[in-house]
Design a protein around this ligand. Structure first.
Ligand SMILES: [Zn+2]
Length: 267
C-alpha cells in the first residue's frame, strides 16, 4: 500500500466513524422515548397494570352506619292535642287487609291515618287513592321499611323519603303527606330533621299493642283499651303480614274508642 492509498483509507475511515457518531447523536433522543406526535414510531408495549391485591368493588362501599341514639329524639308527635284518639295503620297499602280496615272505618264514620310504604304505594295506587278519597290522612313510612334508614347518610335518607312521597303523589297528584313515621320507631335526629325539611312532622305513638307479633284479636283489643288515654296515638298495622287479628280487633276497637274519646284524623 503506497502513501496515497494509506491517506485515502485514513480519510474514508474518519468519515465513516464521524457518520456513525452523527447517527448515534440524532437517534439518541428517540431512544429515550417517542417524541410528542411521533406517530410513525412504534409505540412501546404498555406494561400490564399490576392486579390489585383486593377485589375491585363493583360500587362504592357503603359508609358505616351511625349508632342509634339511646333515647328517642325530642319533638316526636305522640298525641292528637285534644281528647280524641287517633288510629294509625302502618306498612300498607295491602290489597287484602287495607280495604277491610277502610270498610270498617267507613261503617263507623271514623277517620284514621295510614303510614304507607313507598314501594307498596307504587304497587297499589288505587288503595292510596281510596284512603284519600274516604277522608283519611297520609303518612310517609319510607320506601321499603328499612329499619336502619335513620342511621344512613343524610342524602340517602332524603332520597328515600322523597321517592316515597313521589309514589304517593303519583297515585293522588298533589296530595299532602304531612307526616313521616320511622320504621320500627328507630328514630335518629337526622331522620327527624330530613322529614321536617320535607314538610313532614315526625309521627310516633303512645299506644302500641304489638299487633305485628300476632297476638290474638282479643289481646290486641284489651291492650289498647287498657292503656289508651285521652289524645293517644295508637299504632296498628294494615300491612306487613297476616292482619286477620288486627281486623278482628278493630271490629270492636273502632267503636270502643269512638264512644270513649272520639276518633280523630291527625292534622
Ligand atoms: Zn312499619
Amino acid at each position: 500500500m503506497n502513501a496515497r492509498a494509506v491517506l485515502a483509507f485514513g480519510i474514508t475511515l474518519i468519515l465513516f466513524l464521524s457518520g456513525c457518531g452523527e447517527r448515534t447523536t440524532t437517534r439518541s433522543p428517540q431512544a429515550a422515548g417517542p417524541s410528542p406526535g411521533a406517530s410513525t414510531q412504534p409505540k412501546p408495549t404498555p406494561k400490564p397494570t399490576p392486579k390489585p391485591t383486593t377485589p375491585k368493588p363493583t360500587k362504592a362501599a357503603p359508609l358505616p352506619l351511625r349508632p342509634l341514639p339511646t333515647m328517642l329524639p325530642a319533638g316526636l308527635r305522640r298525641s292528637t292535642g285534644g281528647r280524641a284518639v287517633a288510629l294509625t295503620f302502618d306498612d300498607g297499602p295491602d290489597p287484602v287487609w287495607t280495604p277491610k280496615i277502610l270498610d270498617q272505618l267507613r261503617q263507623a264514620g271514623a277517620k284514621a291515618t295510614f303510614c304507607v310504604i313507598g314501594s307498596r304505594a307504587r304497587a297499589h295506587p288505587h288503595l292510596v287513592a281510596r284512603i284519600v278519597r274516604e277522608g283519611h290522612q297520609l303518612c310517609n313510612h319510607s320506601w321499603r321499611h328499612d329499619l336502619d334508614l335513620g342511621r344512613r347518610p343524610v342524602a340517602e335518607i332524603r332520597a328515600d323519603l322523597v321517592r316515597t312521597t313521589r309514589a304517593i303523589q303519583a297515585a293522588v297528584p298533589g296530595v299532602r303527606v304531612p307526616f313521616y313515621r320511622q320504621p320500627g320507631g328507630r328514630w335518629s335526629p337526622e331522620v327527624v330533621a330530613v322529614g321536617r325539611q320535607l314538610g313532614m312532622q315526625p309521627l310516633h305513638w303512645r299506644v302500641d299493642p304489638q299487633d305485628w307479633a300476632k297476638p290474638t284479636a282479643s289481646t290486641i283489643r284489651h291492650r289498647v283499651n287498657g292503656t289508651v288515654r285521652p289524645g293517644a296515638i295508637v299504632l296498628l298495622h294494615d300491612g306487613g303480614g297476616d292482619r286477620a287479628a288486627t281486623i278482628a280487633a278493630c271490629a270492636h276497637l273502632i267503636g270502643d274508642l269512638k264512644r270513649r274519646y272520639g276518633l280523630a284524623r291527625l292534622t
